[in-house]
Design a protein around this ligand. Structure first.
Ligand SMILES: NC(=O)c1ccc[n+]([C@@H]2O[C@H](COP(=O)([O-])OP(=O)(O)OC[C@H]3O[C@@H](n4cnc5c(N)ncnc54)[C@H](OP(=O)(O)O)[C@@H]3O)[C@@H](O)[C@H]2O)c1
Length: 240
C-alpha cells in the first residue's frame, strides 16, 4: 500500500491536508496521521478517514523520527511525505533571542524535516517515485517582531527544498514547498483582534486564509508530475 505521511496532522493545516489527500486520491493513498501531544485530535481523524492510521512521535528527536519511519514501513511504502508539523513560538524580539528558544524552533522546523526527507527519500528512491511537500510560511520573506528564528527556520527549509529537488529529481522524487500566509488555526488563534486587523491590512485579499486553501495546493503539488523545486505562495497576496 502506498502511504502519504502527514506530520502534525493533529493541527489545523495538517488535518486539512490529510483529509484532502484521502478524498482526492480516492483511497489510493493510505494516510499516516502523525501527531505529538494531541492524541484526541488524531484519534478523531482516524475515525473520519477510512484506511488511515496514527503514529505518535516527537519528531524533534532522532528517536521520534525513527519511530515514525518504522511505523510507516511496517504498513507499506511511503509515497508522499508532507513536512507540516511546526511551531512558531517562543516569540522573541531580536535582542531577546534565547539559545533554548532557538534550539526548540530549529529542531522542530528545520532539523526534523531535513532528516525525515533524507530517510523517507531513501525509501522512495527504491521505487524511483515519491513527492515531498514542505510547509514554509510567508514570514520567510517578511519581518515581524519576534519571528526571527521562525523566519530563519522556514527560509532554510525553503533552501533545502530547492537543494533536495535538484539532487532527488534524477531519482524520480519531486520536492516542493508551500508557503502559507496567516491561516485560521490554533497557531494564530491567540493573536489579539487589534493585531489581526493590522495583519489583514497587509493582505491583498484582506482576510486570513483557511486550512483548506493550503490543502488544495498541497494536493496540486502531489498531482502535478512536472512540478519540483518550487516555493508556492498561498498567502492572499501578503508577500506582494
Ligand atoms: N497557521 C498559520 O497561519 C501558518 C502560516 C504559515 C505557516 N504555517 C505552518 O503550517 C504548519 C502547520 O501549522 P498549523 O497552523 O496547523 O499549527 P497547529 O494547529 O499548531 O499544528 C501544529 C502541528 O505540529 C505538531 N508538532 C509541533 N511540534 C511537534 C513535534 N516536536 N513533534 C511532532 N509534532 C509536532 C503539533 O502536534 P500536537 O498538537 O499533536 O502536539 C500539531 O499537529 C506549521 O509548520 C506552521 O509553521 C502556519
Amino acid at each position: 500500500m502506498d502511504i502519504a505521511v502527514v506530520t502534525g496532522a493533529s493541527g489545523g493545516i495538517g488535518a486539512a491536508i490529510a483529509k484532502a489527500i484521502a478524498e482526492k486520491s480516492g483511497g489510493q493513498l493510505a494516510v499516516c496521521l502523525h501527531y505529538n501531544g494531541n492524541r484526541q485530535a488524531a484519534e478523531a481523524l482516524v475515525k473520519e478517514i477510512p484506511g488511515s492510521f496514527s503514529v505518535q512521535a516527537d519528531i524533534s528527536t532522532a528517536e521520534g523520527r525513527k519511530t515514525l519511519l518504522d511505523a510507516v514501513l511496517a504498513k507499506g511504502t511511503p509515497f508522499c511525505l508532507i513536512n507540516n508539523a511546526g511551531i512558531d513560538k517562543p516569540h522573541e524580539p531580536a535582542l531577546m533571542i534565547s539559545e533554548e528558544g532557538f534550539d526548540k524552533i530549529i529542531s522542530t522546523n528545520l532539523k526534523a524535516p531535513l532528516f525525515l526527507m533524507r530517510d523517507f527519500a531513501k525509501e522512495m528512491a527504491r521505487n524511483e517515485s515519491g513527492v515531498i511537500v514542505n510547509i514554509s510560511t510567508v514570514l520567510a520573506r517578511k519581518a515581524v517582531v519576534g519571528s526571527a528564528v521562525y523566519r530563519a527556520s522556514k527560509a532554510a527549509l525553503e533552501a533545502l527544498t530547492l537543494q533536495f529537488a535538484s539532487e532527488l529529481g534524477p531519482k524520480g522524487i519531486r520536492v516542493v514547498a508551500v508557503a502559507p500566509g496567516f491561516i485560521e488555526t490554533n497557531m494564530t488563534a491567540s493573536i489579539p483582534e487589534e493585531q489581526r486587523a493590522g495583519i489583514k491590512k497587509d493582505v491583498a485579499l484582506g482576510s486570513f486564509g483557511s486550512p483548506d486553501a493550503i490543502a488544495e495546493t498541497v494536493w496540486h503539488a502531489i498531482e502535478n508530475q512536472y512540478l519540483t523545486g518550487a516555493v508556492i505562495a498561498v498567502d492572499g497576496g501578503m508577500s506582494l
